[in-house]
Design a protein around this ligand. Structure first.
Ligand SMILES: NC(=O)c1ccc[n+]([C@@H]2O[C@H](COP(=O)([O-])OP(=O)(O)OC[C@H]3O[C@@H](n4cnc5c(N)ncnc54)[C@H](O)[C@@H]3O)[C@@H](O)[C@H]2O)c1
Length: 376
């Protein structure tokens, strides 16, 4: 089996965590680390030195021009994703893109279409439906174990997660990474970065959303990062209502603080019971691998990552196993022709929901969606 030559775009927090997986023996047999690029030259060079990446660049075009790169993983700030994915597709590269691959539905549709036309693989994180517990929740609801489903709730909050990340607290180029972009337009805010997980799970479990309405704005106008004040203009406080049809509704949030669910799967309420976190009617959910997940890390919400297909003894103690899994979904698809269930169509539908929420908030009008999780 020939190795996939991987280019890494952005050498920041997530790239540094995922590279720890990519240098493990089982991956090294399948993936060669062909190149990395980052506009911060010292960071690109230092990451290449640390992880044995063959080449480093500050210019993305140079990475794309590199014949040894057949696939790229995009790990730059979200506002660059659309252009970078588009340029990679035009350069005939297969792509894994960190969430989210674009900030508007039209952009996401363009990327989905381009990948299809050029017969290239596009795997956009997050691959929430790769997780056995989400597949199990879908099945439990489908077969009516909690009666007629009436409503669901899901969401995520920023808190100070990004300000506090370890990779941002040091004094060298690999540990002094500024998170300010997370709080600025375009591409900033908890919806694109965090609520995208629960929205992907919710729609994977319940199906496509038909209508969206929301209220949204910037609650925290200034944040402090290492003594410096960061002006924030991205919406950081969004609450939305989703209509799945036949009067089945959900509430979803991407807020500056606070959460009302455990993990990212959401809570589901039916006429004969409820699924709350990883429980059903107060009892543990018995999804395949639940015992393993509960033993791992002492917290099944974290341990669930151990159940992903590529997480073995080389990876179970490393961070961000789910992002590594998404990269390997691309590798399997390219190398073995094994299609992933992490699809650009599903990602596009979630981006449409986010865009519709912002539009609903600014216009005061409920928005009707045209995409589904199968068709972008
Ligand atoms: N931090 C996390 O916990 C986490 C987890 C999973 C996924 N992600 C996703 O990964 C992506 C990157 O997030 P991060 O936290 O690593 O960001 P980061 O701020 O830590 O790093 C971003 C890196 O990209 C570089 N960069 C800036 N402009 C660039 C460009 N035009 N081309 C290439 N590189 C460029 C920066 O110099 C920096 O090194 C985002 O989509 C984020 O949602 C982050």
């Amino acid at each position: 089996m020939s190795k996939i030559g991987l280019g890494i775009v952005g050498g920041g927090t997530i790239a540094l965590r995922v590279l720890r997986h990519l240098v493990q023996r089982d991956v090294a047999q399948r993936v060669s680390l062909a190149a990395i690029c980052d506009p911060v030259a010292d960071r690109a060079r230092a990451a290449a030195d640390k992880f044995g990446i063959a080449r480093w660049f500050t210019d993305y075009q140079e990475l794309l021009a590199c014949d040894e790169v057949s696939a790229v993983t995009i790990a730059s700030p979200i506002n660059f994703h659309f252009e970078q994915v588009r340029e990679a597709l035009l350069a005939s590269k297969h792509i894994h893109c960190n969430k989210t691959m674009a900030t508007t539905g039209a952009e996401a549709r363009e990327l989905t279409q381009l990948a299809r036309e050029r017969n290239l693989r596009l795997v956009p994180s997050p691959g929430e439906m790769l997780r056995p517990h989400n597949q199990y929740i879908k099945e439990v609801i489908r077969r009516g174990d909690i009666g007629t489903l009436c409503w669901a709730v899901c969401g995520a909050a920023f808190g100070t997660y990004h300000e506090d990340e370890r990779e941002r607290q040091g004094n060298d180029v690999l540990s002094n990474i500024d998170p300010s972009w997370y709080f600025r337009k375009p591409g900033g805010g908890p919806l694109y970065d965090m609520t995208v997980y629960p929205l992907t799970a919710l729609t994977g479990i319940l199906g496509s959303v038909l209508r969206v309405t929301a209220l949204s704005g910037t609650r925290i106008k200034e944040r402090e990062f290492r003594g410096k004040m960061v002006t924030c203009d991205a919406d950081d406080n969004t609450v939305m209502l989703l209509d799945f049809g036949e009067n089945l509704f959900a509430f979803a949030h991407g807020t500056a603080s606070g959460r009302i669910t455990q993990g990212f799967s959401g809570n589901y309420f039916g006429t004969r019971g409820s699924i709350v976190g990883l429980t059903i009617n107060g009892e543990p959910l018995n999804y395949p691998g639940a015992e393993v997940a509960r033993r791992a890390a002492g917290d099944a919400n974290i341990g669930n990552q151990w159940l992903l297909p590529h997480i073995n003894e080389h990876h179970c103690d490393l961070p961000e196993q789910h992002v590594f899994e998404d990269v390997m979904q691309l590798v399997d698809w390219v190398a073995e022709g094994k299609p992933s269930l992490v699809t650009p169509e599903h990602a596009t539908h979630v981006i449409d929901i986010i865009e519709a929420a912002y539009r609903a908030s600014s216009t005061g009008q409920t928005q009707t969606l045209t995409t589904t999780i199968e068709h972008a």
